[in-house]
Design a protein around this ligand. Structure first.
Ligand SMILES: CCCCCCCCCCCCCC(=O)SCCNC(=O)CCNC(=O)[C@H](O)C(C)(C)COP(=O)(O)OP(=O)(O)OC[C@H]1O[C@@H](n2cnc3c(N)ncnc32)[C@H](O)[C@@H]1OP(=O)(O)O
Length: 233
């Protein structure tokens, strides 16, 4: 069954998850949910896995739970250590096909005075959701991402993020994430549902700028991921 939510959209429970709404916080228990296509966009691919979707399978070579995932690219706005304007999100492999991450809101991330800009929070969610694909050893890009902003996030806050892959169907990878204020058990500030689409490494070499592509391709970690993709298409 699905429950009506704001804006006429409906959020559906992923099979195998509890989908509970325990606690007084209406955002609790929604990490494993994905939303259906909006009623005003018929024919648009949605965030609900199709009937032939299967559970995600953690790759045998995935980093062990607790292991830092590092940056996939040094100049990435989300995770790159060499990106001075970036978010510097730190991600860690979790159990199953899950990832935890931390992101501290800096003064440069403000929208309203003293509060994080919504787009910055979406970027932190996107980065964390994208990190989950590393546990599948899949190279994938964000196709669609829907975000609920539940609470304002003040500058100086460390957002504790958790993302999990919920289903895979062909090239489509369905994931959900939640971000909590101050601690992994803190109040929910943001949550998101997304579908990532697996791509070949040519997606980057053909579409990216040659200078940056050259740097990325000579990074030993990036090559490791590219190789994994070639043997696990
Ligand atoms: C150098 C190497 C380094 C590597 C480092 C790793 C970097 C990682 C970076 C991570 C950074 C962080 C993350 C970032 O920020 S990634 C940056 C933000 N994302 C992008 O730039 C992606 C831009 N979009 C595209 O390039 C194309 O549209 C893609 C590749 C996504 C699909 O175009 P393509 O022509 O390939 O595929 P297709 O159209 O045949 O569709 C295939 C299937 O997918 C389904 N579908 C498609 N779109 C959507 C959608 N919007 N919602 C739901 N579903 C969608 C579609 O229905 C179909 O399903 P089915 O019919 O099979 O059932």
């Amino acid at each position: 069954m699905s429950a009506p939510v704001k804006g006429g959209e409906r959020r559906r429970k992923i099979p195998g998850t509890n989908g509970h709404t325990a606690g007084k916080d209406p955002a609790e228990g929604r990490v494993s949910r994905v939303s259906g296509a909006t009623t005003d966009s018929p024919g648009r691919p949605g965030l609900t896995p199709p009937p032939d979707a299967g559970p995600p399978v953690r790759h045998p070579a995935a980093p062990a739970p607790g292991e830092p995932l590092g940056a996939h690219y040094d100049l990435c706005f989300g995770c790159g250590g060499g990106q001075p304007h970036g978010l510097h999100v730190r991600s860690y492999a979790g159990e199953g096909v899950t990832v935890t991450a931390e992101f501290t809101v800096q003064p440069a991330h403000q929208g309203a005075p003293g509060l994080a800009h919504g787009g910055i929070l979406v970027s932190a969610l996107d980065e964390t959701l994208g990190s989950v694909n590393w546990l599948l050893q899949a190279i994938a890009v964000t196709g669609r991402l829907e975000t609920d902003f539940v609470r304002p996030v003040p500058v100086g806050t460390t957002l504790h993020l958790r993302a999990e892959c919920t289903a895979v169907a062909g090239r489509k990878i369905y994931s959900s994430a939640v971000g909590r204020i101050g601690s992994p058990d803190g109040p929910v500030a943001v949550r998101a549902d997304a579908v990532f689409i697996r791509v070949k490494v040519e997606h980057f070499t053909k579409n990216g700028r040659p200078d940056e592509v050259k740097v990325a391709m000579t990074d030993p970690d990036a090559r490791k991921v590219a190789r994994a993709f070639e043997v696990n298409p």
